[in-house]
Design a protein around this ligand. Sequence first.
Ligand SMILES: NC(=O)c1ccc[n+]([C@@H]2O[C@H](COP(=O)([O-])OP(=O)(O)OC[C@H]3O[C@@H](n4cnc5c(N)ncnc54)[C@H](O)[C@@H]3O)[C@@H](O)[C@H]2O)c1
Length: 400
Amino acid sequence: MSVAIVGGCGHVGLPLGIAFADRGLETLLVDIDQSAVDLVNSATLPFLEPGADEKLAKVAGTTLRATTDASELSECEYVVVVIGTPVDEHFNPDPQAIPQAIEAVAEHLRDGQLLVLRSTCYPGVTALVERLLARLGLEIDVAFCPERIAEGKAMTELYTLPQLISARETPAMERAVCLFSTLTETTIELTPEEAELAKLFTNTWRYLRFAIANQLYMIANDHEVDFEKIRSAMGEDYPRAADLPGAGLAAGRAARPRGARRRVGPRQVLIPPRPYTARHPPSGAHLPEPAVSVATEINDILVDALAPVRLDILDESHRHNVPDGAESHFKLVIVSGEFEGQGLVARHRRINRLLADQLAGPAHARGLHTHTPGEWEARGESVPASPPCRGGSAAESARG
Ligand SMILES: NC(=O)c1ccc[n+]([C@@H]2O[C@H](COP(=O)([O-])OP(=O)(O)OC[C@H]3O[C@@H](n4cnc5c(N)ncnc54)[C@H](O)[C@@H]3O)[C@@H](O)[C@H]2O)c1
C-alpha cells in the first residue's frame, strides 16, 4: 500500500505520515516547505510532538520520504490532502483553498487513486473537489476523513480515536476504511456533508466551552475572587459541573502569527480583553485572533528563556480605565525550574530584563507570580486574585 500526504510536513500531516510509515505503508510526504522537507529527510522533527521523534528515526529513509516534487504523487495509491485552511481578514475560511491546491497538482494525479481530504474545511468543500476532478476528467474516488487529534497527543490519538470516514460511493468508503484501519480499530461512516459538519461542530463545541470558561473567569475577577478555586469547588464530587474547563486560550492556535511554526510549549493561558463569545463563532479550525500582540511576544520570550511548565498570561486590561484592546495590564504566572535557588528579587529582575521592551510601552505586568514547580504544587496551584485598580476600574468609570 502506498500513500502520499500533501501538506505532509505540517503538524497533522507529519504525525500521520510517521504513523502510516510505522505500520509499513510506503509513505511520501509532499510539502512546499523545503526546510521542513530537509529536516524530515534527516530524521528531525520540525516541531515538537511527543513520541514522534523515535518513530521518525525508525522510518525516515525506509518507509518514509519527504519531497517538494509533486510529480511523485502519480505513483501512490492513496493521496491524502491535509494543508492548512487559510482564512481571510474576517476569519472566514476560503472554500476554494483546498480545490485550488488540488488543481495545482492535478496533472500528477491519475485515474483509480483515492483522494482523501483531511483538512478541517468549509461545508461543501468535498463536493467542490468532486466537481473539480470531474471537470478535469479524472476518475478519482474522493473521501473526507477529518483529523481530530490534538497537537502534543498525535502519536497516541492517531491509534486510539475513532476515525470518521465519509465518501459518496461504497468503493471509496471501503478503500478509506481500509487505509485508516491500518491505524485505528474503530471507523465511523458518514456522508461527506455529515462528516464536514461533525468536524466543525466538534471544534465549535470545544471553543464554546473555552469561551464560557473565559466569561466566568472574568466575572469571578470582577468580583475579586479566584475562578480556579470556585471551579474546583464546583467540580468536587459533583460530576455535572466537573467538565467546566479552566480559563484561557486552551486551543493554542490564535496566538501564533500566521505562517510561523508553532512551538508545543506549556499550557498557555491568554485571557483576551474580551473573551470569545457567540459574537465571534469559530469558523474552520481557526479561532478569531484576539488582540494578543504584546501577550504573544511575552509568551514567546518567556517560553524561550524559561521553558516554563506553566505560563499564564492574563490580560487584565478590561478591569482598568483604559481603551478596549489596550493590552496595558498583565498578570503573569510563571512556573519554571529555572527559578530553583533564586530569590524573589532575582526572579523579578530577570523577568523585567527579559520583558524590558514589552514593559517599556503601555503594557506593564501588574502581578508577577514566579514559582518553581515544587513551590507551585505546595501552594495548591493557585495565585491570589488581582487587587482592584487604584486608578479607577473600568466599572467605576462606566458608572460615571
Ligand atoms: N494542528 C492540529 O492540532 C489540527 C488538528 C485537527 C485538524 N487540523 C486541521 O488540519 C489541517 C492542517 O493543519 P496543520 O496544523 O497541520 O497545519 P500546518 O500549517 O502545521 O501544516 C500544513 C502544511 O501544509 C503545507 N502546505 C501548504 N500548502 C501546501 C500545498 N499547496 N502543497 C503542499 N503542501 C502545502 C505547509 O507547508 C505545512 O507544512 C488544517 O485544516 C487544520 O485545521 C489541525
